[in-house]
Write a protein that binds this ligand. Structure first.
Ligand code: ZN
Length: 345
């Protein structure tokens, strides 16, 4: 069933909430406008709707995340937290089997995030066989090995969807960069190989990004080049842009990529009529705590404090709370005009 006018209206609000400029980078407004124009409607809803139509119970969904931060070249909490909470939502909402792929250096912190989200962490075989269990796999750093691994995973798992959350993507020269244009190539698993091979097989792909250097932002290439100071010319010898070339079917922008994942969860909860599909704030706090303790930094002061992109851990829970409120209100949208919500008034 196509989303109703009420659902589209509430979803526009969810998009607005997760795209509010909080970090002071000044790029999310332009990125969101360009992505919304390309999609022709609210982004979180488009992603949720496609996921719900495509994924069936026990289907594997591959979520790619992890953005190496210099000088440690280990991941930040933005990305792994959202991948973990979205994996939980896909399990609760659809009965999907999540498989997380990331850089070799980020396996432990992604596993910690997944466990924080309430899922068991198991082998690939266990993740396919057991409910509420996710596998966390490293992906090769070399292109040839990445191509082989992509073919192997797509063949053996037949994933119903590929979702990249705050996952750097390779530019036109095959190089990876931070949003500031600094080189990350040698530290990034070549997960673009998986998404390219997946697209060739017409597997649904979704990208979630907040800076323009993430996998999926090819869809709004011109907007990123205009919005980001080093967008058109990186700060590494490759001399290319920071915009990845691999496109995804849907691009979800957000002020912080984790919030994009939350928005997709909220839209799924709304479409399913099940508020429990969106993770609660207690789970959000636990995911941040465990991910940070496992070595993911806050992408602010470089500390292992819970938080992402300069926003401290507890504030992310408020965004979850607001989205949960919107999900509940979407379920009786406009009712106050049809009948009194509170009969004593
Ligand atoms: Zn470069």
């Amino acid at each position: 069933m196509a989303p109703t006018v009420a659902q589209i209206t509430m979803a526009a609000g969810m998009d607005a909430l997760v795209n509010v400029e909080v970090g002071g980078r000044g790029v999310v407004g332009a990125m969101h406008a360009a992505a919304r124009d390309a999609e022709g409607g609210p982004l979180c809803l488009a992603a949720a709707d496609r996921l719900l139509r495509t994924i069936h119970r026990r289907d594997v969904v591959i979520l790619a995340t992890g953005l190496p931060i210099a000088p440690w070249f280990r991941g930040e909490q933005d990305g792994p937290v959202g991948a973990a909470t979205l994996a939980r939502a896909l399990v609760l909402g659809i009965g999907a089997r999540p498989v997380i792929v990331t850089d070799p250096a980020n396996v432990a912190l992604c596993a910690a995030a997944v466990a924080g989200a309430g899922l068991h962490v198991g082998s690939l075989e266990e993740a396919r066989r057991l409910p509420t269990t996710a596998a966390v796999l490293d992906f090769p750093l070399e292109w040839a090995a990445a191509d082989a691994r992509a073919a192997e995973l797509l063949g053996s798992l037949a994933p119903a969807a590929l979702i990249a959350i705050e996952r750097p993507g390779a530019n036109e020269h095959g190089h990876y960069h931070s949003a500031a244009g600094l080189p990350l190539t040698e530290h990034c698993a070549k997960i673009d190989a998986l998404f390219r091979a997946g697209r060739a097989r017409e597997v649904l792909s979704i990208g979630v990004g907040d800076g323009g250097n993430e996998l999926g932002c090819a869809k709004i290439r011109d907007a990123v080049l205009r919005a980001i100071p080093r967008g058109g010319r990186c700060a590494c010898p490759c001399g290319g842009t920071v915009v990845p070339v691999t496109e995804t079917d849907v691009l979800v922008t957000a002020a912080i990529s984790n919030w994009g994942a939350y928005g997709i969860e909220a839209a799924m909860a709304m479409l399913l009529g099940r508020p429990d599909v969106l993770h609660p704030r207690e789970v959000d706090a636990r995911v941040y705590d465990r991910c940070a303790a496992a070595g993911a930094n806050d992408a602010d002061a470089g500390l292992l404090d819970p938080g992402a992109d300069g926003v401290p851990g507890p504030l992310h829970g408020h965004v979850v709370d607001l989205l949960a409120c919107m999900v509940r209100n979407a379920l009786d949208f406009g009712k106050m005009y049809r009948e009194p919500r509170y009969p004593w008034l």
